[in-house]
Design a protein around this ligand. Sequence first.
Ligand code: FMN
Length: 188
Amino acid sequence: MIQETIVTTVNQQGIVHIAPMGIHVENNEFIILPFKPSTTLNNLLETETAVINYCTDVRVFAGCLTGRRNWAVKPAEKINGQVLVNTLAHTEVELIRVEEDDLRPKLFCKTVHSVNHAPFTGFNRAQYAVLEAAILISRLKMLPLEKIEAEINYLRIGLEKTAGEQELEAWGWLMAVIDDYKAEVKNK
Ligand SMILES: Cc1cc2nc3c(=O)[nH]c(=O)nc-3n(C[C@H](O)[C@H](O)[C@H](O)COP(=O)(O)O)c2cc1C
């Protein structure tokens, strides 16, 4: 199973890095798979710790993909790391082994400590739409424009029916990036 999470890591100087990551959950282990080059990868190799944040405020996902990475954090409880303040729960993990790969190494991690901060409030289609649109943006230059437009038009249906303010704000950030990209492609 893959869980869409926000991974926070720190480097040896203590500088925090926040990135959305699809975490593979297998036999009580977490596998983080960053595409190279990646600050998350560098930090995990440097400090061998990370925090997996379970966050339903999709502005954090959309924000990280649109240059808004400055989200509030606080120190982790049991490891050298930082926890996203705006998260329902988090798990502090330690790196146990690395499976090297030229494109996408596998970082196997074990749980050190987990904390619940707030209850899960149910699924929301607009949150799903924002996550999918954010993933499209992370692959913008690899996909044909027609496919991006078709997928966005489909995702917009669920978004318009169910979004709250956070989802609308996140969607707006993502659509601005797509509009800029379309203008760039058309001017070529
Ligand atoms: C929902 C979601 C899941 C993502 N999962 C991954 C992932 O598993 N691996 C990855 O390298 N990037 C993933 N991305 C894209 C990264 O968040 C983004 O490219 C980021 O900048 C990673 O590079 P970094 O470690 O240098 O920050 C995902 C993005 C979204 C929106």
